[in-house]
Ligand binder design. Structure first.
Ligand SMILES: [Zn+2]
Length: 198
């Protein structure tokens, strides 16, 4: 089938989204064509607005529209515990399900030599600076339970423990190979409670 240029362009944009193949991209594009024009305009504006207003918190790396982010600014949160996660969406997942009242640090990925991602490509230098400066009691590593997440946890334990900080890893029970954000509430909140020293 040969599409009109504007339709082909729309499909190619959807296809750039993670997990969206050509068929899904086509379905999404045709769905958009059926929406009222006003709704499409509001969707397009929301994309531009979010992309232009949101940036990374200078302290923890979380996605935010104010720097520092609302979690770092919250005086009621305990500075003694820092929970390290791979992505900002993991902060959302943990905030939704757990009663964790410490702070976070977002790495923006995990160590993956095959994909050319080493410690220097991640938000690790600022974690080290932060830990040296703020001397938390415990750093909880909540990277994903897969090869990259485990490698990252091991690396962080190696560099943080010499600073005299207790380093713990969230408990398994999370599906191996899975993503933190897809874990159900009970699993995620138990994983955090049952963390073990590294
Ligand atoms: Zn922050």
């Amino acid at each position: 089938m040969r599409y009109y240029d504007s339709l082909a362009r729309l499909i190619s944009h959807f296809q750039k989204l993670p997990g969206v193949g050509q068929k899904t991209a086509q379905r999404l594009a045709f769905f958009v064509l059926k929406l009222p024009v006003g709704e499409v305009e509001s969707f397009a504006a929301a994309l531009v607005d979010a992309r232009s207003k949101l940036a990374h918190c200078s302290q923890c790396g979380n996605m935010t529209d104010q720097d520092p982010c609302h979690i770092c600014r919250d005086g009621k949160r305990s500075k003694t515990h820092i929970c390290v996660v791979q992505e900002s969406r993991d902060v959302l997942a943990l905030e939704r399900v757990s009663d964790f009242k410490g702070l976070y640090h977002v790495l923006h990925g995990a160590i993956s030599p095959l994909e050319g991602v080493g410690p220097d490509e991640l938000n690790i230098k600022s974690l080290l600076e932060r830990v040296s400066r703020e001397k938390p009691e415990e750093v909880i590593i909540a990277t994903n339970p897969n090869v990259q997440g485990e490698a990252t946890a091991m690396y962080l334990a190696q560099i943080l423990k010499p600073l005299g900080i207790q380093v713990t890893r969230i408990a398994h029970g999370l599906p191996v190979g899975g993503d933190l954000e897809y874990a159900d509430e009970m699993t995620l909140s138990r994983a955090l409670e049952g963390r073990k020293p590294l």
